[in-house]
Design a protein around this ligand. Structure first.
Ligand SMILES: [Zn+2]
Ligand SMILES: [Zn+2]
Length: 360
Protein backbone atom coordinates (compact mmCIF):
# COMPACT_ATOMS: atom_id res chain seq x y z
CA UNK A 1 0.00 0.00 0.00
CA UNK A 2 1.17 3.52 -0.65
CA UNK A 3 0.93 6.66 1.46
CA UNK A 4 0.30 9.80 -0.63
CA UNK A 5 3.26 12.22 -0.68
CA UNK A 6 3.16 14.72 2.20
CA UNK A 7 1.27 17.81 1.04
CA UNK A 8 4.09 20.09 2.20
CA UNK A 9 7.84 19.38 2.08
CA UNK A 10 8.91 20.41 5.57
CA UNK A 11 12.65 20.02 4.93
CA UNK A 12 12.45 22.41 1.98
CA UNK A 13 11.19 25.06 4.41
CA UNK A 14 13.36 24.00 7.37
CA UNK A 15 16.44 22.02 6.22
CA UNK A 16 17.54 21.37 9.85
CA UNK A 17 14.48 19.13 10.28
CA UNK A 18 16.35 16.51 8.23
CA UNK A 19 18.45 15.81 11.34
CA UNK A 20 15.22 14.89 13.17
CA UNK A 21 13.87 12.51 10.53
CA UNK A 22 13.30 8.80 11.07
CA UNK A 23 11.94 6.05 8.88
CA UNK A 24 8.96 4.10 10.13
CA UNK A 25 7.24 1.06 8.62
CA UNK A 26 3.53 1.53 8.29
CA UNK A 27 2.17 -2.00 8.61
CA UNK A 28 -1.16 -1.36 6.83
CA UNK A 29 -2.99 -4.34 8.40
CA UNK A 30 -6.02 -5.56 6.46
CA UNK A 31 -8.29 -8.52 7.25
CA UNK A 32 -6.89 -11.73 5.76
CA UNK A 33 -5.64 -15.23 6.47
CA UNK A 34 -1.94 -14.98 7.35
CA UNK A 35 0.11 -18.14 7.96
CA UNK A 36 2.96 -18.76 10.42
CA UNK A 37 5.36 -17.88 7.60
CA UNK A 38 3.96 -14.35 7.28
CA UNK A 39 4.27 -11.13 9.19
CA UNK A 40 0.82 -10.44 10.61
CA UNK A 41 -1.35 -8.86 13.26
CA UNK A 42 -3.63 -11.38 14.94
CA UNK A 43 -2.22 -14.24 12.85
CA UNK A 44 -0.66 -17.52 13.94
CA UNK A 45 2.86 -17.46 15.39
CA UNK A 46 5.80 -19.56 14.28
CA UNK A 47 6.07 -21.31 17.64
CA UNK A 48 8.39 -24.15 18.62
CA UNK A 49 6.37 -27.30 19.30
CA UNK A 50 8.33 -28.00 22.49
CA UNK A 51 8.00 -24.49 23.97
CA UNK A 52 5.19 -23.94 26.50
CA UNK A 53 2.67 -21.26 25.52
CA UNK A 54 3.21 -18.23 27.80
CA UNK A 55 0.64 -17.32 30.46
CA UNK A 56 -0.06 -14.26 32.62
CA UNK A 57 0.03 -14.43 36.40
CA UNK A 58 -0.15 -10.65 37.03
CA UNK A 59 -3.36 -9.49 38.71
CA UNK A 60 -5.91 -7.95 36.37
CA UNK A 61 -8.24 -5.08 37.20
CA UNK A 62 -11.82 -6.11 37.88
CA UNK A 63 -14.78 -3.73 37.95
CA UNK A 64 -16.82 -3.75 41.11
CA UNK A 65 -20.10 -1.99 41.84
CA UNK A 66 -22.52 -1.57 44.69
CA UNK A 67 -25.40 0.73 45.60
CA UNK A 68 -24.41 4.00 47.28
CA UNK A 69 -24.94 3.63 51.07
CA UNK A 70 -28.54 4.69 51.89
CA UNK A 71 -27.23 7.20 54.44
CA UNK A 72 -25.65 9.17 51.57
CA UNK A 73 -28.27 8.66 48.86
CA UNK A 74 -30.83 11.15 50.19
CA UNK A 75 -28.26 13.94 50.48
CA UNK A 76 -26.82 13.21 47.02
CA UNK A 77 -30.31 13.20 45.47
CA UNK A 78 -31.14 16.56 47.01
CA UNK A 79 -27.83 18.07 45.93
CA UNK A 80 -28.34 16.67 42.42
CA UNK A 81 -31.83 18.24 42.24
CA UNK A 82 -30.30 21.61 43.19
CA UNK A 83 -27.61 21.13 40.56
CA UNK A 84 -30.23 20.35 37.88
CA UNK A 85 -32.13 23.45 38.91
CA UNK A 86 -29.01 25.60 38.58
CA UNK A 87 -28.28 24.08 35.17
CA UNK A 88 -31.81 24.84 33.96
CA UNK A 89 -31.46 28.42 35.18
CA UNK A 90 -28.25 28.81 33.19
CA UNK A 91 -26.06 28.95 36.30
CA UNK A 92 -23.76 26.15 35.16
CA UNK A 93 -23.78 22.46 35.99
CA UNK A 94 -20.83 22.21 38.31
CA UNK A 95 -21.37 19.90 41.29
CA UNK A 96 -22.59 21.72 44.37
CA UNK A 97 -20.36 22.01 47.44
CA UNK A 98 -22.68 19.61 49.33
CA UNK A 99 -22.44 17.11 46.51
CA UNK A 100 -18.63 17.24 46.46
CA UNK A 101 -18.53 16.80 50.24
CA UNK A 102 -20.81 13.76 50.05
CA UNK A 103 -18.79 12.25 47.17
CA UNK A 104 -15.68 12.65 49.32
CA UNK A 105 -17.22 10.51 52.06
CA UNK A 106 -14.83 7.67 52.99
CA UNK A 107 -17.42 5.17 51.73
CA UNK A 108 -17.23 6.66 48.20
CA UNK A 109 -13.66 7.94 47.97
CA UNK A 110 -11.84 6.63 44.89
CA UNK A 111 -15.10 5.37 43.37
CA UNK A 112 -17.10 6.80 40.50
CA UNK A 113 -20.72 7.40 41.39
CA UNK A 114 -23.53 7.10 38.88
CA UNK A 115 -25.96 9.90 39.78
CA UNK A 116 -28.80 8.30 37.80
CA UNK A 117 -29.07 4.95 39.55
CA UNK A 118 -26.92 5.78 42.62
CA UNK A 119 -24.42 3.02 42.23
CA UNK A 120 -20.70 3.32 42.96
CA UNK A 121 -18.02 1.68 40.77
CA UNK A 122 -14.35 1.03 41.21
CA UNK A 123 -11.60 -1.30 40.02
CA UNK A 124 -9.64 -3.72 42.12
CA UNK A 125 -6.66 -5.91 41.26
CA UNK A 126 -7.56 -9.58 41.36
CA UNK A 127 -5.50 -12.63 40.42
CA UNK A 128 -6.58 -14.56 37.32
CA UNK A 129 -8.42 -17.65 38.63
CA UNK A 130 -5.64 -19.56 36.92
CA UNK A 131 -2.70 -18.33 34.81
CA UNK A 132 -4.22 -16.76 31.69
CA UNK A 133 -2.92 -17.96 28.29
CA UNK A 134 -1.60 -15.01 26.26
CA UNK A 135 -2.99 -14.05 22.86
CA UNK A 136 -0.88 -13.68 19.69
CA UNK A 137 -0.93 -10.00 18.71
CA UNK A 138 1.76 -9.60 16.07
CA UNK A 139 4.53 -11.46 14.30
CA UNK A 140 7.07 -9.37 12.42
CA UNK A 141 9.94 -10.62 10.30
CA UNK A 142 13.00 -8.35 10.22
CA UNK A 143 12.79 -8.33 6.41
CA UNK A 144 9.41 -6.57 6.62
CA UNK A 145 10.40 -3.95 9.22
CA UNK A 146 13.89 -2.66 8.31
CA UNK A 147 13.10 0.35 10.55
CA UNK A 148 13.65 -1.78 13.69
CA UNK A 149 17.06 -2.90 15.02
CA UNK A 150 16.80 -6.56 16.05
CA UNK A 151 18.96 -8.09 18.80
CA UNK A 152 21.92 -9.79 17.15
CA UNK A 153 21.19 -13.29 15.90
CA UNK A 154 17.40 -12.73 15.69
CA UNK A 155 15.13 -11.93 12.76
CA UNK A 156 11.62 -12.52 14.11
CA UNK A 157 9.67 -10.48 16.67
CA UNK A 158 6.57 -11.94 18.29
CA UNK A 159 4.23 -9.86 20.42
CA UNK A 160 1.74 -11.52 22.77
CA UNK A 161 -0.37 -10.12 25.56
CA UNK A 162 -2.78 -10.97 28.31
CA UNK A 163 -6.00 -9.48 26.90
CA UNK A 164 -7.31 -7.88 30.11
CA UNK A 165 -6.61 -4.63 31.96
CA UNK A 166 -3.64 -4.48 34.30
CA UNK A 167 -2.35 -1.58 36.35
CA UNK A 168 1.11 -0.96 37.75
CA UNK A 169 2.74 -3.87 35.94
CA UNK A 170 6.37 -4.31 36.96
CA UNK A 171 8.51 -1.65 35.26
CA UNK A 172 5.50 0.40 34.03
CA UNK A 173 4.32 3.75 35.30
CA UNK A 174 0.78 5.12 34.93
CA UNK A 175 -0.12 2.30 32.59
CA UNK A 176 -3.49 0.60 32.31
CA UNK A 177 -3.95 -2.10 29.69
CA UNK A 178 -2.91 -5.54 28.46
CA UNK A 179 0.27 -7.16 29.83
CA UNK A 180 2.67 -7.32 26.86
CA UNK A 181 5.23 -10.08 26.29
CA UNK A 182 7.90 -9.84 23.56
CA UNK A 183 9.79 -12.75 22.02
CA UNK A 184 12.80 -12.27 19.71
CA UNK A 185 13.79 -15.37 17.72
CA UNK A 186 15.71 -16.62 14.72
CA UNK A 187 13.03 -18.00 12.41
CA UNK A 188 15.36 -20.70 11.07
CA UNK A 189 15.74 -22.10 14.61
CA UNK A 190 12.02 -22.86 14.85
CA UNK A 191 10.77 -26.17 13.53
CA UNK A 192 7.80 -25.04 11.45
CA UNK A 193 4.38 -26.46 12.28
CA UNK A 194 3.34 -29.04 9.68
CA UNK A 195 0.31 -27.13 8.39
CA UNK A 196 1.50 -23.48 8.43
CA UNK A 197 -1.48 -22.61 10.60
CA UNK A 198 0.61 -23.07 13.69
CA UNK A 199 -0.08 -24.93 16.87
CA UNK A 200 -3.50 -23.97 18.22
CA UNK A 201 -2.74 -21.88 21.31
CA UNK A 202 -4.99 -22.31 24.35
CA UNK A 203 -7.85 -19.78 24.60
CA UNK A 204 -7.53 -17.17 27.34
CA UNK A 205 -9.91 -17.61 30.30
CA UNK A 206 -10.11 -13.86 30.83
CA UNK A 207 -10.37 -11.53 27.85
CA UNK A 208 -11.71 -8.12 26.83
CA UNK A 209 -12.97 -8.15 23.23
CA UNK A 210 -11.15 -4.88 22.49
CA UNK A 211 -7.82 -6.67 23.12
CA UNK A 212 -8.48 -9.59 20.73
CA UNK A 213 -7.22 -8.79 17.21
CA UNK A 214 -8.87 -9.90 13.97
CA UNK A 215 -6.40 -11.79 11.74
CA UNK A 216 -4.76 -9.29 9.41
CA UNK A 217 -2.15 -9.56 6.69
CA UNK A 218 0.32 -6.69 6.44
CA UNK A 219 1.37 -4.45 3.55
CA UNK A 220 4.54 -2.87 4.97
CA UNK A 221 5.62 0.49 3.62
CA UNK A 222 8.43 2.79 4.77
CA UNK A 223 7.69 6.47 5.23
CA UNK A 224 9.69 9.34 6.70
CA UNK A 225 8.59 10.90 9.96
CA UNK A 226 9.80 13.98 11.84
CA UNK A 227 10.17 14.35 15.59
CA UNK A 228 7.18 15.48 17.67
CA UNK A 229 7.27 19.30 17.62
CA UNK A 230 7.62 19.82 21.38
CA UNK A 231 10.72 17.58 21.43
CA UNK A 232 12.58 19.67 18.83
CA UNK A 233 15.24 22.16 20.02
CA UNK A 234 13.50 25.29 21.35
CA UNK A 235 14.53 28.70 22.62
CA UNK A 236 14.86 29.28 26.37
CA UNK A 237 12.24 31.56 27.97
CA UNK A 238 12.77 35.29 27.29
CA UNK A 239 15.21 34.55 24.44
CA UNK A 240 14.43 35.42 20.80
CA UNK A 241 12.21 32.73 19.24
CA UNK A 242 14.77 31.55 16.71
CA UNK A 243 15.26 27.87 17.59
CA UNK A 244 13.96 25.16 15.28
CA UNK A 245 10.70 24.49 17.13
CA UNK A 246 9.85 28.17 17.32
CA UNK A 247 10.43 28.77 13.63
CA UNK A 248 8.42 25.62 12.91
CA UNK A 249 5.51 26.97 15.01
CA UNK A 250 5.45 30.18 13.00
CA UNK A 251 5.50 28.31 9.69
CA UNK A 252 2.93 25.80 10.93
CA UNK A 253 0.43 28.60 11.63
CA UNK A 254 0.95 29.80 8.06
CA UNK A 255 0.57 26.29 6.57
CA UNK A 256 -2.56 25.65 8.55
CA UNK A 257 -4.25 28.89 7.58
CA UNK A 258 -3.26 28.61 3.90
CA UNK A 259 -3.69 24.86 3.26
CA UNK A 260 -5.50 23.29 6.25
CA UNK A 261 -2.55 20.93 6.76
CA UNK A 262 -0.63 20.92 10.02
CA UNK A 263 2.73 19.61 11.20
CA UNK A 264 1.17 17.50 13.94
CA UNK A 265 -1.56 15.79 11.93
CA UNK A 266 -0.22 15.71 8.37
CA UNK A 267 3.50 16.38 8.17
CA UNK A 268 5.35 14.75 11.08
CA UNK A 269 4.16 11.44 12.57
CA UNK A 270 2.07 8.82 10.77
CA UNK A 271 -1.07 7.47 12.44
CA UNK A 272 -1.94 3.76 12.44
CA UNK A 273 -0.03 0.57 13.21
CA UNK A 274 3.68 0.90 12.56
CA UNK A 275 7.15 -0.31 13.54
CA UNK A 276 9.90 2.14 14.49
CA UNK A 277 9.75 5.86 13.80
CA UNK A 278 8.70 8.54 16.29
CA UNK A 279 6.09 8.57 19.05
CA UNK A 280 3.37 11.22 19.17
CA UNK A 281 2.52 12.80 22.53
CA UNK A 282 -0.70 14.60 21.61
CA UNK A 283 -2.62 13.38 24.69
CA UNK A 284 -0.29 14.03 27.62
CA UNK A 285 2.58 16.11 26.18
CA UNK A 286 5.98 14.40 26.08
CA UNK A 287 6.86 11.97 28.86
CA UNK A 288 10.42 10.67 29.28
CA UNK A 289 10.59 6.93 28.54
CA UNK A 290 13.92 5.68 29.86
CA UNK A 291 15.27 2.18 30.21
CA UNK A 292 16.41 0.95 33.61
CA UNK A 293 19.95 1.09 32.16
CA UNK A 294 19.44 4.86 31.71
CA UNK A 295 19.09 5.01 27.91
CA UNK A 296 16.14 6.96 26.43
CA UNK A 297 14.00 4.33 24.73
CA UNK A 298 12.74 4.16 21.14
CA UNK A 299 9.26 3.24 20.05
CA UNK A 300 9.34 -0.31 18.70
CA UNK A 301 5.72 -0.84 17.79
CA UNK A 302 2.59 1.31 17.72
CA UNK A 303 -0.75 -0.50 17.74
CA UNK A 304 -3.31 2.16 16.91
CA UNK A 305 -7.08 1.80 17.21
CA UNK A 306 -7.47 3.47 13.81
CA UNK A 307 -5.29 3.70 10.73
CA UNK A 308 -6.31 7.32 10.30
CA UNK A 309 -9.16 9.56 11.37
CA UNK A 310 -10.80 12.76 10.19
CA UNK A 311 -7.85 14.81 11.45
CA UNK A 312 -5.16 12.68 9.81
CA UNK A 313 -6.89 11.74 6.57
CA UNK A 314 -3.91 12.85 4.46
CA UNK A 315 -2.17 9.60 5.55
CA UNK A 316 -4.93 7.41 4.06
CA UNK A 317 -3.26 5.07 1.53
CA UNK A 318 -4.05 5.78 -2.13
CA UNK A 319 -5.59 2.28 -2.46
CA UNK A 320 -8.15 3.15 0.19
CA UNK A 321 -9.11 6.40 -1.50
CA UNK A 322 -10.25 4.67 -4.68
CA UNK A 323 -11.55 1.40 -3.20
CA UNK A 324 -14.51 1.07 -0.89
CA UNK A 325 -12.46 0.57 2.27
CA UNK A 326 -14.71 1.91 4.97
CA UNK A 327 -13.45 -0.75 7.38
CA UNK A 328 -9.83 0.12 6.81
CA UNK A 329 -9.93 2.76 9.53
CA UNK A 330 -9.97 0.07 12.24
CA UNK A 331 -8.98 -3.22 10.57
CA UNK A 332 -7.47 -4.98 13.60
CA UNK A 333 -10.46 -4.51 15.91
CA UNK A 334 -8.06 -3.51 18.71
CA UNK A 335 -8.99 -0.43 20.72
CA UNK A 336 -6.92 1.23 23.42
CA UNK A 337 -8.27 3.80 25.84
CA UNK A 338 -10.50 6.19 23.92
CA UNK A 339 -9.47 5.11 20.41
CA UNK A 340 -5.83 5.65 21.24
CA UNK A 341 -2.59 3.87 20.40
CA UNK A 342 -0.62 1.45 22.56
CA UNK A 343 3.10 1.99 22.10
CA UNK A 344 5.83 -0.50 23.06
CA UNK A 345 9.21 1.10 23.75
CA UNK A 346 12.52 -0.76 23.77
CA UNK A 347 16.08 0.09 24.71
CA UNK A 348 18.31 1.11 21.76
CA UNK A 349 21.35 -0.33 23.57
CA UNK A 350 19.77 -3.76 23.96
CA UNK A 351 16.18 -4.42 22.83
CA UNK A 352 15.97 -7.37 25.25
CA UNK A 353 16.06 -4.96 28.23
CA UNK A 354 12.57 -4.76 29.80
CA UNK A 355 10.20 -2.89 27.48
CA UNK A 356 7.93 -0.03 28.55
CA UNK A 357 4.34 0.71 27.58
CA UNK A 358 2.38 3.90 26.99
CA UNK A 359 -1.04 4.73 25.60
CA UNK A 360 -1.87 8.03 23.85
ZN1 LIG B 1 -3.14 -10.94 32.97
ZN1 LIG C 1 18.57 -0.51 28.43
Amino acid sequence: MRTPPRPIDVTAALPELAAHARETTRLHPRPGAPTTADSSIGGPLLWPADEPWPVCSAPRMVRRGEPVPPTLTAGLKQAQAEREERRRSGLGSRPTREQLALLDDPALRGKSVNLVDYTAHWYEPEAHPEPNPLVAIAQLHARDIPTVAFPSGTDLLQVLWCPTDHQDLPGQTRYWGPAVHLVWRRAADVTPAPNHRGTAPPDPHDANDSYLPAPCVLHPEQVTEYQYADLLPHSPPDAPLDALRDRLHALDDLWESETGYSYQYDLSIAPGCKAGGWASWHLTDPVAVDCRCGAPMDVLLTLDSREWDGGSKSWRPVEDVVADQVGAAGPTGLTHGRWGALRIFVCPTDPTHAHRLNIQ
